[in-house]
Write a protein that binds this ligand. Structure first.
Ligand SMILES: NC(=O)c1ccc[n+]([C@@H]2O[C@H](COP(=O)([O-])OP(=O)(O)OC[C@H]3O[C@@H](n4cnc5c(N)ncnc54)[C@H](O)[C@@H]3O)[C@@H](O)[C@H]2O)c1
Ligand SMILES: [Zn+2]
Length: 365
């Protein structure tokens, strides 16, 4: 088993990574949140494939669990779902000390984490992420919340779990496209913090894509450690946690236009892939880095099967407008996270619009 410790001034917990860990979930939960009852909330798409085993393990450890399938997908990450779940928790008499466990991807983690942070003013929360993206990104760092009709993640809080239990075997049922999307965030971690991670992903890509158990545990451990380090240095995103937004300013602009009906269908990791390419070109044209980083980045993203160019993007003017509407735009200036060399980024807020427009244009070339 691999373990990453997340130590914050007010709270400390473990992120455990092991193939087959769901079969031992009950004992792991009991070690941090012993109680007669527990709530197990499972992405409905994996209720049979993974939920049943997790529920059995909880029962074996002596819990009387409420087991509930939650409809999948970003479209269900809203206050209506949260409100339904509060009702269920009250009806089924879950108490102040009953742990709530989320089993699923980032949608489940964010939603159930928000429920746990607010039900009875906060109950123990345990995350079992089942997508690569949620293992290496969404489940680490304590951001929980849901979407509003006006935009994504507009309601939420910081709420750290008691435990994150990652069973890498759950990735065996994940659609390959979702695995590739998770890899986009891993490549991001390499570019912003760790050249040796970037090289390791490149060397071990075949084993990763073939779901080799050892490669998956190492991939997840390494990426969780990087994200944990960033969170430990800046839990509430007042400084360097913003480095995790590398590629995301561009990605969010693409995703927002998609929501408003633009004719493209990029998943988050694919939009991030395009965004990292655009941000790196922007860094080059702003004189921050040379072309070798871009070449390495494109070569790896291509091998993974992530997009590095896109001919179906809307007009650059529309994309520029969409960027300005991002909630992270501070007083009219976009803050870009731009690489200076492999493993290092800087936050730059005085990039001329013309260079940003050019970065969009070159994605189409
Ligand atoms: N809290 C944070 O810090 C943070 C960070 C990044 C992203 N997020 C959030 O995470 C969400 C995206 O997470 P995601 O990519 O995991 O999406 P997701 O939870 O929607 O999962 C993606 C798809 O995979 C399916 N699935 C999940 N696990 C599976 C498995 N093991 N086998 C087969 N299918 C499986 C789901 O049903 C879904 O269709 C977004 O809502 C985003 O805002 C949060
Ligand atoms: Zn992301």
């Amino acid at each position: 088993m691999a373990t990453v410790e997340l130590k914050l001034p007010h709270h400390q917990y473990r992120i455990e990574i092991e193939p087959g860990l769901l079969d031992k979930l009950g004992d792991r939960v009991k070690a941090v949140a012993p109680h007669a009852r527990a709530g197990l909330f499972v992405d409905a798409a994996i209720l049979q494939s993974h939920g049943v085993a997790a529920a059995a393990s909880l029962r074996k450890a002596g819990y009387d669990p409420l087991v509930h399938g939650v409809p999948s997908g970003e479209g269900n990450k809203h206050l209506g779902t949260v409100s339904e779940l509060y009702g269920l928790l009250v009806d089924r008499k879950l108490e102040r000390k009953s742990p709530l466990i989320s089993l699923g991807g980032g949608v489940m983690g964010d939603t159930i984490g928000f429920v746990a942070s607010t039900y009875l003013r906060g109950v123990p929360f345990i995350q079992c992420p089942t997508t690569l993206l949620s293992m290496v990104d969404a489940s680490v760092g304590g951001k929980v919340g849901v979407n509003l009709p006006q935009g994504k993640n507009l309601v939420g809080s910081f709420y750290q779990p008691m435990l994150v239990a990652i069973d890498t075997d759950t990735l065996r049922t994940l659609p390959p496209r979702e695995l590739r999307c998770g890899l986009a965030e891993c490549v991001k971690h390499g570019v912003i913090r760790d050249p040796s991670l970037f090289a390791w992903i490149s060397e071990n890509l075949d084993a990763i894509l073939a779901l080799d158990s050892g490669a998956l545990v190492e991939l997840v451990r390494w990426n969780v450690q990087i994200k944990a380090n960033v969170v430990m240095a800046d839990e509430k995103e007042t400084g360097e946690r913003a480095h995790l937004n590398y590629g995301h300013t561009f990605a969010h602009a693409i995703e927002a236009l998609q929501e408003y009906g633009a004719e493209m269908s990029y998943h988050h990791g694919e939009a991030v892939s395009l965004g990292m390419v655009a941000a790196t070109r922007l860094a080059m044209s702003h004189g921050l880095c040379d072309g070798s980083l871009l070449d390495k980045l494109i070569a790896l993203l291509d091998r993974i099967g992530l997009p590095t160019k896109a001919n179906d993007l809307p007009d650059t003017a529309k994309l520029m407008d969409s960027m300005m509407l991002d909630k992270k735009v501070a007083s009219g200036r976009i803050r870009f996270v731009l690489p200076t060399r492999m493993g290092e980024v800087q936050i730059i807020n005085n990039v001329p619009d013309a260079l940003v427009a050019k970065a969009w244009d070159t994605l189409r070339a």
